[in-house]
Design a protein around this ligand. Structure first.
Ligand code: SAH
Ligand code: SF4
Ligand code: F3S
Length: 479
């Protein structure tokens, strides 16, 4: 088995810092010609991994002198960090690129960059080269750490710059990051995926599994905590196989034990867990932890053994149910959430019934149901028995109904209880309310000042509104 380097590449990070200095000069020149600070807008598509990457892009952009703005129209530099997990993600990017083209016609100095998972696909690059000539810079998932260097190249050249790598063993630490939230943050613990579920494009666009050194992870979280972070989300496509390829192998459960020791850190979350690799050691660590949140996202994908086999998920319905049982018996209050795919090739209504049976038995607190999307280059795209759209929708609707019913039932269980909530943002509909997140990942809205953001407070869960609560802050410990 190949061993992938996961040591911190310090030479590379020093080099990138030199490029950042050069980029500062380029941006200063732009500032002179505009007569104001240049503005940038980074739009993220896709998962938390991409959201974290966008924070890295923004770290560099702000360091070299850009001012981040929310609205694309106000920006002098627009970056799309793309996703390709399902085709609708790609279509959204193409749609928005059309609008960007008009913006660039009105504002010729506008720079446009595309990066992320979609850019790792050759067909996408071909399409952009022919139909979206106005894009200035394209890079992929493996060389995002080179962003400063690529920016300098972009400023020094007029033509489209394309730099896509097919693989990397580099992990470059110590580059600037600009977090979206002061009080919580994602933390990459590993990159890539080795699972090759037959429908999934992620292993092709994110490369092989590489784990970060646990010392680097702990150091990064300690720095975050010093900077006001109280909750971290450890990120990986399959966190349960964390550490297997390190020089000194470490299990995910061991990493959690170390993260738990960090003073001042209040909450730990992680995503995503593959059921086939979830160990009893992990259940035990979670059970005895004060900081690990009572939430586990455990993608099911399908409840049919035949479909699970064709998906290459490497567990059976019975194994999944037994695992869910072990988790719920160890932690009865834990929220279990999942992902389900409807319409995988060969799926029949009887297979959908099997999926629904698992939803009924596990009673998921929430489930994301997706319509199968055929991804070029994946084994499932070649499979016979692609399901007609109307049949897919029937199955999807049947699953969704049960998912919503069971999720509502589960949510009602907490009515009247007092639980700790991390105060997050101002409520979108009513500015007198703040939105808080419970350990089980449910949201609760309650009257509070904006200055409470980042605090963890006891909240009484007064009224259940289906999937969320309204309530009030209380001094009582438990109700
Ligand atoms: N690594 C994570 C999932 C990453 S993708 C895991 O293994 O669980 C997030 C979700 O997108 C998957 O759980 C799956 O439900 C869905 N997904 C992935 N590929 C898909 C496809 N081709 N069509 C529809 N849904 C897909
Ligand atoms: Fe995709 Fe499967 Fe890897 Fe998740 S575990 S990213 S679904 S291949
Ligand atoms: Fe999408 Fe890439 Fe994440 S394909 S789901 S952004 S890893």
């Amino acid at each position: 088995m190949a061993r992938y380097l996961s040591t911190n590449d310090t030479t590379e990070s020093a080099l990138q810092r030199e490029y950042m200095e050069k980029a500062v000069a380029c941006v200063a020149q732009l500032e002179d010609s505009l007569g104001r600070k240049p503005q940038c807008c980074v739009t993220t598509f896709g998962c938390q991994m991409n959201a974290r990457d966008s924070e890295k892009l923004l770290g560099i952009l702000t360091q070299i002198g850009y001012l981040p703005v929310e609205n694309e129209e106000d920006a002098d530099f627009v970056i799309y960090n793309t996703c390709t997990v399902r085709d609708n993600a790609n279509q959204r990017v193409y749609g928005r690129l059309g609008a960007l083209h008009s913006l660039k016609k009105r504002k010729p100095h506008l720079k446009i960059a595309l990066c992320g998972c979609m850019m790792q696909e050759e067909s996408v690059i071909d399409k952009i080269k022919t139909s979206y000539r106005f894009v200035d810079l394209i890079f992929g998932t493996h060389n995002i750490f080179k962003f400063a260097q690529l920016l300098v190249t972009m400023f020094e050249n007029q033509e489209m710059i394309i730099d896509i790598w097919h693989e990397t063993d580099q992990i470059v630490e110590d580059l600037p990051v600009r977090r979206k939230y002061p009080y919580k943050s994602g933390v990459n613990i590993m990159y890539g995926c080795n699972n090759f579920c037959s429908y999934c494009i992620v292993p092709y666009v994110r490369g092989r599994e590489r784990s970060r050194d646990p010392k680097e992870i702990v150091r990064e979280i300690e720095n975050m905590v010093r900077d006001g972070v109280v909750e971290v989300m450890l990120l990986g496509q399959n966190v349960n196989s964390y550490g297997k390829n390190l020089d000194v192998p470490v299990t995910f459960a061991q990493l959690l034990r170390e993260v738990e020791q960090i003073d001042g850190l209040r909450r730990i979350r992680f995503m995503t867990s593959h059921p086939k690799d979830l160990s009893d050691e992990l259940i035990d660590v979670m059970k005895h932890s004060d900081k690990i949140c009572r939430h586990l996202h455990l993608p099911l994908q399908s409840g049919s053994d035949r479909i699970l086999k064709a998906m290459n998920r490497r567990y059976t319905k019975a194994q999944y149910l037994a695992l869910a049982d072990r988790i719920r018996s160890a932690m009865p209050d834990i929220a279990l959430t999942t992902d389900i795919i409807a319409g995988f090739p060969g799926e029949t209504p009887a297979d959908v019934d099997e999926t629904i049976d698992v939803v009924r038995r596990v009673r998921f607190d929430n489930a994301f149901t997706f319509i199968y999307s055929r991804r070029t280059g994946t084994p499932a795209a070649q499979m016979s028995g692609q399901v007609p759209e109307t049949v897919v929708h029937e199955g999807f609707d049947r699953i969704l109904k049960v998912v919503q019913d069971t999720a509502r039932e589960r949510a009602l269980l907490w009515q009247g209880q007092v639980m700790e909530a991390l105060v997050e943002e101002v409520n979108e509909q009513d500015a007198s309310l703040m939105t808080g997140r419970l350990s089980n990942n449910m949201l609760v809205h309650f009257p509070a000042k904006q200055s409470m953001a980042g605090r963890i407070v006891p909240v009484s869960l007064d009224t259940c509104h289906g999937f969320y609560y309204t309530g009030h802050i209380t001094t009582q410990k438990d109700g």
